[in-house]
Write a protein that binds this ligand. Structure first.
Ligand SMILES: *Cc1c(COP(=O)(O)O)cnc(C)c1O
Length: 409
């Protein structure tokens, strides 16, 4: 190659690098770039919602762009365990993701079915829909759904959406479904679909699956289906010494939903839904000729990019890092609680939980730290909570405590 060609090649590379940086930094829309900068700056103050802000996907995006996948219309249509789709998707990687999660809960690898969902809510929607149809097809009777009054709102919302009779069961003050109240609420003449909160939204309580299953066992003539809403806790518990709490073999359940953007550090909403083959096979058929498939899941299109990102995280971050993250989050939760106790700020935390609820600070603090608020007379009225995710570390906690003290002056 001639020297001039080499030089112009190098120059072109330099110019290209410059152009790339420009492309990233300046969209040409001032308000958009301003928003981008502000959003990135405020991420470490995100305390109120369970989103892991230690996102490790930069290499994924580099790989994705370098392979021109940004110019391909990917779509995860159909059953990842069924026939290959004619659309461009990533079924083989989706099956890997599903298997990884089955392993976390020790579900039998040869008896599982699952998908990567759009979110935890999408997983609950599938769990409830599959449960209702499984029971209806088996018994010919529409089931009644039971869930605690502290569980995530998506569950009663889905009951409403699917026109299922719902009975909200009272919780104890710390947020766990009361087994005696559950028994009182039961209509034992109809099948039961029960949703257990594996982490109630505000107080971070875990329903006592064994005590509630024991109630179901008292009525063997009443067919039942258990769905576990484990959006947040189902993510981190398997990586702690408390992993038995979500062990399929120790607690009977029929399906489970987890969020991908909470513990696992997906950068947009995603999740996983897992059930058994028996439940999947017990669904009504829904043949769609042009997809060459029996479409049992609710959505037609799903995100293949989420599948790839999830797979990437499992390979690149994986159990090794998550086994460090999860105990650290619980240790940081304990540290946070100690600091609040030290300054005499009323606060509460459930066992195994990374969610601290406490007397609500003033508006400025709530806004700065994006706190989630609630009201509960049993704990003196106005409350806020903090979910201690990977980015909520002792230095940030100390800063919060200092701000909280200063706000009282
Ligand atoms: C976050 C959460 C949900 C909702 O999940 P999305 O992924 O936000 O749809 C449902 N249930 C529980 C227990 C949650 O923590």
């Amino acid at each position: 190659m001639k020297k001039s060609a080499l030089i112009s090649g190098a120059l072109a590379a330099l110019l290209l690098a410059g152009a790339c940086t420009n492309r990233y930094k300046n969209s040409g829309f001032e308000e958009l770039d301003f928003w981008a900068q502000k959003t990135v700056e405020s991420k470490t103050n995100s305390f109120g919602y369970p989103v892991n802000m230690n996102i490790r996907l930069q290499e994924f995006y580099d790989w994705y762009l370098a392979n021109d996948l940004d110019a391909v219309g990917l779509n995860e249509v159909g059953n990842p365990f069924g026939e290959d789709s004619a659309l461009l998707g990533a079924f083989q990687f989706e099956r890997d993701v599903v298997s990884f999660f089955a392993g976390l809960y020790e579900m039998p690898a040869d008896n599982i079915w699952g998908i990567v969902t759009n979110s935890g809510t999408d997983g609950n929607n599938h769990g409830i829909y599959f449960g209702v149809n499984y029971l209806k097809n088996k018994t010919g009777v529409l089931p009644v759904m039971y869930v605690s009054d502290e569980a995530h709102y998506s569950n009663p919302r889905i009951a409403d959406l699917q026109h299922i009779e719902l009975r909200l069961v009272k919780s104890d003050p710390m947020g766990r479904m009361i087994p005696e109240e559950f028994e009182k609420a039961l209509d034992t003449t109809r099948p039961a679909i029960v949703v257990y909160a594996m982490g109630s939204t505000f107080k971070g309580a875990i329903d006592d699956m064994d005590a509630l299953n024991a109630v179901l066992d008292k009525y063997p003539q009443m067919p039942s289906y258990v769905h576990v809403d484990a959006a947040l806790f189902g993510g981190y518990l398997p990586f702690t010494e408390h992993k038995d709490l979500v062990n399929y073999n120790l607690h009977r359940f029929n399906s489970i939903a987890i969020s991908g953007h909470k513990f696992f550090g997906m950068d947009d909403p995603a999740g996983v839904f897992l059930t058994t083959k028996e439940v999947y096979d017990g669904q009504s058929q829904f043949k769609v000729a042009y997809l060459n498939e029996d479409m049992k899941m609710i959505n037609c299109s799903r995100s293949a990019i989420d599948v790839l990102k999830f797979w990437w995280l499992i390979k690149k971050v994986g159990s090794e890092q998550w086994s460090k993250d999860a105990p650290e989050m619980l240790a940081n939760t304990a540290y946070f609680k100690e600091q609040l106790d030290r300054i005499g700020w009323p606060c509460w935390v459930n066992d195994y939980s990374n969610t601290i609820f406490f007397k609500r600070p003033n508006q400025d603090i709530c806004k700065k730290y994006m706190l989630a608020n609630n009201y509960d007379e049993q704990f003196g009225g106005d409350l806020s909570h903090i979910v201690v995710m990977q980015h909520v570390t002792p230095p940030v906690i100390d800063r919060f405590i200092a701000d909280l003290l200063a706000s009282q002056d």
